[in-house]
Design a protein around this ligand. Structure first.
Ligand code: NAG
Ligand code: NAG
Ligand code: NAG
Ligand code: NAG
Ligand code: NAG
Ligand code: NAG
Ligand code: NAG
Length: 447
């Protein structure tokens, strides 16, 4: 009993405090796992199938996709790759005759673009480095390539595991652990009548950290309600003003070429939407300077139900968000009755606490959130059944506790600004002060 209460406390604190660690309380087991399966030994090395599984519920890798890097333990070279390529060949001058595909000590490998000739493909390759979130599209959450390695060990005792894995790309903030040998992968033949086994298998786990991906939030939240005419806007400079104009963020996400007014001539000039190689954004000028705003409107009150409207607006002229995801945390999400024009999937990060869910677009209807402009928004309405014991419109209860867009936590308005019922005093300052105190205490205890 005491134990479960302590566990609850840990969960609540983990959810309340945004501590700068690579751990997402809403997707605690989410990670990207790389797996190297040695399929055959060669006279001077091995052929391995490298598979990348994105086990994250709602965080995808968007175009322009992943770049996977590592350091060889010895003097290994890559003779060839199927389904991907190294970005640089490096110095192969000491080879005569057969020239390797890559001689660099720290190769960087990228996916091929869709449409490469069939003989250069393998299963799950060639999607331009785009990898879906597991919770949204399990089939698209895998990437793979086959690599032929030379000047390497040729038995499972002499082979040396690659080191220092990195998973990079604009907006990606992953840290990868060391490679570890695991029991060899067992494969079923296509007819499920014969099992084969990798000669050796190792895995690497990479976890996401938003702080590593960008210094500033990448989205913000605004609120309104039918019971109070106040519209609570996104916090001023929620995604950083000016500070990130010309500096490349660590992951590249916050790089921006200033901003342009939505009604200006420049917003209409051809080429304004052309994406930049480094993912640099071109924002519409706003108070919050975020590429994405999520608006939550408490719309209607029925006897047994209530209805919220969710609208997502894109302010980046250079970004189409394909397969976007929106995660919301609200205590009434355990009684979602109907979601209009979005898909909804409950996420149960702690098994029985059903207060978090993922919204995403309907295929070919609104799963593309278009660049800034007249079509740069998607919206939905959610009908929830009131829970007699907890439901209330007072004290901002009807507003979400957390919002994530594409796996990044959005900046909320300050708690004491939430629209409140006429004649009810806001109690938020006390609650948030207590939460802050609890966070400080935990950080102090952890330190
Ligand atoms: C990575 O994710 C998978 C699937 O959720 C999980 O089984 C595994 O334990 C995770 N690995 C680590 C090191 O967290
Ligand atoms: C891995 O990275 C560390 C620190 O960046 C470095 O000291 C080490 O030499 C690297 N290992 C290899 C094999 O390159
Ligand atoms: C290496 O191969 C031998 C047999 O060839 C096997 O018994 C052993 O478990 C393998 N070791 C690893 C780490 O895969
Ligand atoms: C977004 O998609 C539309 C339609 O597919 C295309 O015309 C436009 O150029 C794209 N914009 C960007 C920024 O990629
Ligand atoms: C979680 O809530 C949804 C409705 O929002 C419901 O359909 C689902 O059955 C619930 N799951 C659990 C395990 O309570
Ligand atoms: C809300 O959901 C919970 C758990 O899913 C369920 O036990 C409860 O009866 C539901 N409340 C209403 C009013 O439907
Ligand atoms: C609406 O909420 C705001 C807080 O955001 C509050 O200042 C205002 O007094 C409320 N309006 C009414 C009519 O109660």
């Amino acid at each position: 009993m005491a134990l479960s209460r302590n566990w609850m406390l840990v969960v609540i604190l983990a959810v309340t405090c945004s501590v700068a660690v690579a751990y997402d309380p809403l997707d605690p087991t989410g990670n990207i796992t790389l797996k190297w399966d040695i399929q055959s030994w060669t006279p001077d090395g091995y052929v391995a199938m490298v598979t990348m599984n994105n086990y994250q519920q709602y965080r995808q890798i968007m175009a322009p996709g992943w770049t996977l890097g590592w350091s060889w333990a010895k003097k290994e070279v890559i003779w060839s790759i199927v389904g991907a390529q190294a970005t640089e060949q490096g110095d192969c001058s000491k080879f005569k005759g057969g020239i390797p595909h890559c001689c660099k000590h720290t190769p960087s490998v990228v996916d091929l673009l869709p449409g490469v000739p069939y003989n250069q493909q393998i299963a799950n390759c060639c999607r331009g480095g785009v990898v879906s979130a597991y919770g949204q599209d399990p089939a698209g959450s895998v990437a793979a390539f086959q690599v032929s390695v030379g000047l390497a060990g040729t038995t499972n005792k002499t082979v040396k595991l690659p080191k220092n894995f990195t998973l990079m790309g604009p907006g990606l903030g992953y840290t990868c652990g060391p490679a570890t040998v695991v029991p060899s992968t067992v494969y079923w033949s296509a007819d499920h009548r014969r099992k084969t086994q990798a000669l050796m298998t190792w895995t690497v786990t990479c976890t996401y950290s938003q702080q590593l991906a960008s210094r500033y939030p990448t989205c913000c939240v605004s609120f309104s309600s039918f019971y109070n005419s106040t519209i609570v806007p996104c916090a001023k400079c929620a995604c950083g003003c000016g500070a990130h104009k010309s500096t490349q963020g660590r992951g590249g996400k916050s790089h921006s070429d200033g901003c342009i007014m939505g009604d200006s001539k420049r917003a209409l000039t051809p080429g304004v939407n052309t994406p930049k190689k480094d993912g640099a954004q071109l924002l519409q000028c706003t108070n919050h300077m975020c590429p994405i705003r999520v608006h939550w409107h408490v719309k209607l009150n029925y006897k047994d139900y209530w209805r919220a409207k969710i609208a997502v607006t894109n302010f980046n002229y250079r970004m189409n968000y394909t397969q976007w995801t929106l995660v919301a945390q609200h205590p009434n999400l355990n009684n979602v009755t109907e979601v209009f024009s979005f898909q909804y999937k409950p996420l149960l990060p702690y098994g029985n606490i059903n207060d978090t869910g993922m919204f995403y677009g309907l295929k070919l209807y609104n799963d593309l959130l278009m660049e800034a402009g007249p079509f740069g928004n998607v919206q939905s309405e959610v009908l929830m059944r009131k829970d007699d014991t907890t439901f209330t419109f007072s004290q901002g209860w009807a507003f979400p506790r957390k919002i994530y867009f594409n796996g990044d936590e959005c900046k909320m308005p300050p708690p004491d600004s939430y629209p409140y019922l006429p004649n009810s005093a806001p109690r938020f300052p006390v609650a948030s002060a207590l939460a802050a105190l609890a966070c400080l205490l935990v950080l102090f205890l952890l330190a």
